[in-house]
Design a protein around this ligand. Structure first.
Ligand code: NAI
Length: 319
């Protein structure tokens, strides 16, 4: 997908993430052109976006100040890459996570874009230094990594190539804010960026605890949903430290030795063995059987919860 906006956002590819970007940019009032190698993907995406926007409008959860119909009129499919790029101020690439494919696409874009448009990738884990290596327009290149589902989770990690111009980061930051997302800057590229490094740290300890028979998989998840997760939607781990004592310095004085003692007992990187995966899966399937219908229904429930949480957050944290 590309997204382009008015003046313009173009999305490259009609998959899951491309569709979400299209809806977000249209919500911000931008004209969006969708480009995908598969024409059918564009048709499916447009149909899917229409359905979803109508449902969101009925639920009072449509983003932006325009009606669903007005937002839909901003989104169009574009079968030709050259036309899709024309007039764009931002191109959001969302093709599958494959370095060679993405490099090919950025090389193609590099040869047809002007010096103003921003070339942005949705990649979850490919390094900007690999993705944008050797491009003439490298100063205009950036990773803008969304979180699934992007319509309900606002964070976008902005990761520059070492040669990305500061204005590219600033412009992308401003654009993300304009469409109601919450951008943050990763100052230097690092494997997994920031979100997945935190996520993998949690997953890895969760796995070890289950593997060692210290806790059952479903109880492990409860620790997050009924414990840590309750506060993490409002305050992060560092602010948690700050609030859990008389400020950060007091927290470190009181708890750093205890934390180090526990951290030293952490095990090695899990192998994610088949045996443990089956044990975890068995527990997970009690709540959510792993057939497509149950998984889809649970995802829908998750999205509804996130939508309500977003409403609550906007009431308690006016921006
Ligand atoms: P997807 O497989 O749903 O969609 C990919 C789309 O790209 C398909 O519509 C396909 O037809 C199209 N495509 C393939 N080759 C193309 C080409 N040469 N030119 C134009 N379009 C082409 O993939 P998904 O899940 O939307 O992921 C896209 C990107 O977003 C990946 O880089 C992924 O890492 C990233 N991402 C995905 C998240 C997720 O949870 N799905 C979360 C955050 C980022």
């Amino acid at each position: 997908y590309f997204v382009t906006s008015i003046g313009c956002v173009m999305i490259k590819s009609g998959g899951v993430i491309g569709r979400s970007w299209a809806m977000l940019f249209a919500g911000g009032g931008f004209q969006v052109k969708l480009y995908d190698i598969e024409q059918q993907q564009i048709r499916n995406a447009l149909e899917n976006i229409r359905k979803e926007m109508k449902l969101l409008e009925q639920a009072g959860a449509l983003k932006g100040s325009l009606s669903a119909e007005e937002q839909l009129s901003l989104i169009s499919g574009c079968p030709n890459i050259q036309e899709a790029v024309e007039g764009a101020m931002h191109i959001q690439e969302c093709v599958p996570e494959d370095l060679e494919l993405k490099k090919k696409i950025f090389a193609q874009l590099d040869s047809i874009v002007d010096d103003r448009v921003i070339l942005s990738s949705s990649t979850s884990c490919l390094m900007p230094s690999k993705l944008f290596a050797g491009l003439v327009h490298v100063k205009q290149c950036i990773v803008a990594h969304p979180v699934n589902p992007p319509y309900y989770i606002p964070l976008v990690e902005l990761v520059p190539h070492p040669e990305t111009a500061p204005t590219t980061v600033d412009r992308t930051h401003a654009l993300m804010k304009k469409i109601g997302q919450c951008p943050m800057r990763v100052q230097k590229e690092v494997a997994g960026f920031v979100l997945n490094r935190l996520q993998y740290a949690v997953i890895s300890e969760a796995w070890r605890l289950v593997e060692e028979g210290i806790v059952s998989p479903s109880d492990l998840d409860l620790v997050m949903t009924e414990g840590l997760g309750m506060r993490y939607a409002f305050i992060g781990p560092l602010e948690t430290m700050h609030l859990n004592a008389e400020g950060m310095l007091s927290y470190c004085d009181r708890y750093s030795e205890g934390m180090k003692h526990v951290l030293k007992t952490f095990g090695p990187i899990p192998e994610f063995s088949r045996a443990t995966a089956e044990k975890v899966n068995q527990d997970m399937c009690v709540k959510v059987p792993d057939d497509p219908e149950h998984l889809a229904a649970r995802r829908q429930w998750r999205d509804e919860c996130l939508m309500r949480l977003a409403k609550l957050k906007s009431q308690v944290q006016p921006q």
